[in-house]
Design a protein around this ligand. Structure first.
Ligand SMILES: Cc1cc2nc3c(=O)[nH]c(=O)nc-3n(C[C@H](O)[C@H](O)[C@H](O)COP(=O)(O)OP(=O)(O)OC[C@H]3O[C@@H](n4cnc5c(N)ncnc54)[C@H](O)[C@@H]3O)c2cc1C
Length: 382
């Protein structure tokens, strides 16, 4: 249930649902097993214009607001968490910051391909800095009309296939005020892609390391102002966190739906297990958490779409939904009994896929810090 949707929102949601159920659902387990999402799946998204989902029409996108984008992420995650992170990272933190913080010249250079064929990347984390992102140590030193970048990045989602990399490096002193954002392109001399992580879940979404070795980029690749890169990073992360919540919601919905179906089919003690009150209580709790998560996500996205502050709401949506998704997928396996523990049933994959959502784009601990700081500074929400 989504509140108050326009005919246009219903149309795009239903079209994406049909694409996901018709084209992707049958392949999601195979992508997980092979640890690879084939290019044709991205091409299907591109054919519908979804690579430019939130970029304004004037710049070649579909111009949808965040609330609609979260519904699309949810539908994709309902069949494949791995495809959902690929899509969400590209849209929310790969392509959109180039529109939001870029000059018209930069938009003209990168958006035509990012809205049609190319994948985008957001590369803030490093081997030595994750939660403490402003402690990053990659450097960008001004040299005439260029910058020379050195250092390594890790956990780069979409890094294997991306053509455009939004990367953060240090141009000034220590801390958040010495960081700048740069747009790098595949094939640049000095840019190399390292190992692909062998992950517990979201298999098929590639997560790689990235090395910059005397990588020379023209100053025209600086996104935003020098030393103001953390504004780009933090501004993008609000959207990103709401997007992660939508990923978690999609997977937990799939787990909930699977649990309901299985409970009505599986017989024990002469009746479907759905007749057992202990199972009913689990299903009721799942539904409660799914619906509560949906409302928190819609509220955060609604605020963001109206340009209102939403840092606290984005964190609450992400924190609640990802923890709820861990609980729901755990219980969905319990409802399936032993069958929930084997790959023949998708709940096994859902359980592995949601675990990382409590970690990336800010861990649950960091979300709690953001919520508490905002509450103590600006007052409680009434
Ligand atoms: C599959 C995957 C994909 C990812 N994709 C991307 C990507 O595309 N781009 C990108 O830039 N990054 C990406 N990341 C990185 C991700 O954002 C970081 O892993 C995350 O921010 C946590 O950082 P860390 O792993 O260094 O953990 P750490 O920061 O070392 O944290 C370790 C533990 O300490 C806790 N902790 C740290 N500081 C505090 C504190 N002040 N208060 C309380 N607890 C604290 C954390 O919550 C955590 O439990 C990805 C990670 C994964 C696993």
């Amino acid at each position: 249930m989504h509140l108050d949707l326009s005919a246009d929102q219903i149309q795009i949601r239903d079209a994406v649902r049909a694409l996901c159920q018709g084209e992707f659902a049958a392949h999601a387990a195979e992508w997980d097993q092979k640890d690879d999402i084939p290019r044709w799946a991205v091409d299907k998204l591109a054919e519908m214009g979804l690579l430019g989902m939130s970029i304004p029409e004037a710049w070649g996108g579909l111009g949808y607001d965040l609330r609609t984008t979260t519904m699309v992420i949810e539908e994709i995650a309902r069949v494949s968490g791995a495809l959902a992170i690929l899509f969400a990272v590209h849209n929310s933190v790969g392509a959109y910051p180039i529109y939001e913080f870029g000059t018209d010249e930069q938009r003209k250079r990168w958006l035509p391909k990012l809205t049609t064929t190319d994948m985008g990347v957001f590369s803030l984390s490093e081997p030595g800095s994750g939660s403490d992102a402003a402690a990053l140590s990659a450097t960008a030193v001004r040299a005439g009309d260029d910058y020379v970048l050195n250092g390594s990045k890790n956990w780069v989602t979409n890094g294997v296939h991306a053509a455009t990399f939004l990367v953060f490096a240090r141009t000034g002193g220590p801390g958040p005020k010495g960081v700048s954002a740069f747009v790098l392109e595949r094939g640049m001399k000095g840019l190399s892609i390292g190992k692909c992580e062998d992950k517990m879940g979201l298999r098929g979404s590639h997560t790689v390391t990235l090395m910059m070795d005397d990588l020379r980029v023209p100053a025209s690749h600086l996104l935003g102002k020098e030393n103001e890169g953390m504004k780009v990073a933090l501004g993008s992360l609000e959207k990103g966190r709401i997007g992660v919540a939508a990923q978690a919601l999609g997977v937990m919905r799939a787990a909930f739906e699977a649990a309901v179906k299985y409970s009505q089919e599986r017989q024990a003690f002469g009746a479907p297990i759905a007749k057992i009150q202990a199972i009913q209580f689990k299903l009721a709790e799942m539904e409660r958490r799914v619906q509560a998560a949906k409302l928190l996500i819609q509220r955060a996205a609604w605020l963001k779409d109206r340009g209102k502050p939403c840092g606290r709401e984005a964190s609450m949506a992400k924190l609640y939904t990802t923890e709820a998704a861990t609980w729901v997928t755990h219980q969905a396996i319990q409802v399936h009994g032993g069958y929930g523990y084997v790959k023949e049933y998708a709940v096994e994959r859902y359980y592995r896929d949601v675990r990382v959502m409590e970690i990336y784009e800010g861990t649950s601990e960091i979300q709690r810090l953001v919520i508490a700081r905002s509450m103590l500074r600006d007052g409680v929400t009434v």
